[in-house]
Design a protein around this ligand. Structure first.
Ligand SMILES: [Fe+2]
Length: 253
């Protein structure tokens, strides 16, 4: 009997009552049952194949209908390593080209101060302070040999207008750097703590007059002259615990 015959027999159906006690009909019934099973499986195979093809066709259509990415959304193709990398600019390495603003010199400037890098004298009270920094031009080039003339109050808020206590000048080194050992100036009526400074070129030309302020002190007192962009940057204290701040001067070319 072929599978087609078994299938036809299975589909035609024979009542079980007709095969009771008849071995030939039992054998035939087994065959019929087998035919039904085969027919069922055949039907499933016939359904599965078209269904699978439908799914594959649907997937292909979906892929084909995907929108094309615009130029700005195309995947980035790695560029050739032969493209030169531009050198870091002065801005990128932390050089601030903003000119240091000028401020009034006030009534307490005395010219011809002594040349010295420390204003601290024996027995002087107050908070020990080290101010460091550099003088650069707007191209971030260091300005060597520039004279910085500092003056300030003592820890009681007093200027020495007779002598040169808390006054002194120095010159920048070949890297445009300077260092001033002093004490934290005290406030006086209407003014936050500050250090006055004048900057002179090597030929004596005055380049700038301004003031330096200190974090944590200057902002607390109403002061019409104070400018936050003239605040020094706080550094870690040195090994002796002395307070350290940094202030850079940026001058026109
Ligand atoms: Fe002052």
């Amino acid at each position: 009997m072929t599978w087609g015959e078994r299938l036809r027999l299975g589909l035609s159906g024979i009542r079980r009552s007709e095969i009771a006690g008849n071995p030939n009909k039992v054998k035939t019934a087994y065959i019929l049952e087998y035919g039904r099973i085969e027919a069922y499986c055949s039907m499933r195979r016939k359904l599965i194949v078209p269904f699978t093809m439908f799914i594959l066709l649907l997937a292909a259509c979906t892929s084909a209908s995907s929108p094309t990415l615009g130029p700005e959304m195309q995947p980035v193709t790695p560029q050739s390593s032969s493209v030169p990398t531009p050198p870091p600019t002065s801005q990128a390495i932390g050089c601030d080209r903003t000119l240091t603003p000028a401020q009034t010199e006030g009534p307490f400037y005395t010219p011809n101060s002594p040349e010295r890098s420390t204003l601290v004298e024996a027995g002087m009270g107050g908070t020990q302070l080290l101010v460091t920094g550099k003088v650069i031009d707007q191209n971030c080039e260091p300005m060597a040999g520039v004279m910085l003339d500092f003056w300030q109050t003592d820890d009681q808020g007093e200027y020495d207008n007779v002598g040169y206590r808390m006054r002194g000048h120095q010159f920048t080194d070949e890297n445009g750097q300077y260092a001033l050992e002093t004490i934290l100036p005290s406030r006086y009526p209407g003014r936050t703590p500050h250090i006055h400074v004048k900057v002179f070129a090597s030929d004596g030309q005055e380049l700038l007059t301004t003031q330096i302020y200190f974090p944590g002190a200057s902002e607390q007192i109403p002061d019409g002259i104070f400018r936050p962009d003239l605040l020094a940057r706080e550094l870690e204290p040195d090994t002796s615990g002395r307070r350290r701040v940094e202030f850079d001067f940026v001058l026109p070319d």
